[in-house]
Design a binder for this molecule. Structure first.
Ligand SMILES: [Zn+2]
Length: 176
């Protein structure tokens, strides 16, 4: 018998680590953000929902000492590499909404008509829609810059459907 696969990593953080949360979501990780939450609220939510806390704070409220927690250093690329390595992602890259953590649904270009630029509809690129916040995503130049940034941070190539068709990362990989 094969060993049971590791459960997907589930994280929770606050708005101060939004840039980190967004990049981890692009990698397919399930990262919830509690807006304006105090540290105690983060730990309480993590305990009730079975998540791991990501925080800049080194304070550890005693009441939640059994809740798993990781400290973010603030160095974005280093944090992405370390936290992404904690466990399996919930899905492949570009399968979650970077904005709200919703699971994206594949949609046809026709359904996006009027909501995304016409050139995106005409390009025939795969489109994804977030049912939670309504945001549309496609594998265009922004995704190419993000992919280049993440591959540099992780030191490995990302594999996902549509990877081959990404445009070159025009504008560089500095701050996607
Ligand atoms: Zn969303």
């Amino acid at each position: 018998m094969d060993p049971a696969p590791l459960p997907a990593l589930r994280l929770v953080t606050d708005r101060s680590l939004d840039a980190l949360a967004r990049r981890l979501r692009v990698l397919g990780h399930d990262v919830e953000t509690l807006g304006g939450a105090r540290l105690e609220e983060l730990f309480d939510h993590a305990e009730r929902s079975g998540r791991t806390v990501i925080t800049r704070s080194r304070r550890r409220p005693r009441r939640w000492r059994d809740v798993p927690v990781h400290t973010a250093s603030g160095a974005l690329a280093e944090d992405v590499r370390r936290l992404a390595g904690l466990g399996p992602a919930a899905g492949p890259p570009f399968s979650r909404c970077s904005r709200c953590n919703g699971a994206l649904a594949r949609r046809s270009a026709f359904e996006a008509h009027g909501e995304v630029p016409g050139r995106v509809v005409r390009s025939g690129r795969p489109l994804a829609h977030c049912p939670a916040c309504g945001q549309w995503f496609w594998l265009g130049s922004h995704a190419a810059r993000l992919t280049a940034w993440l591959e540099e941070a992780l030191g490995r190539r990302l594999e996902f459907e549509g990877r081959e068709a990404l445009p070159p990362p025009a504008g560089g990989v500095q701050n996607p």
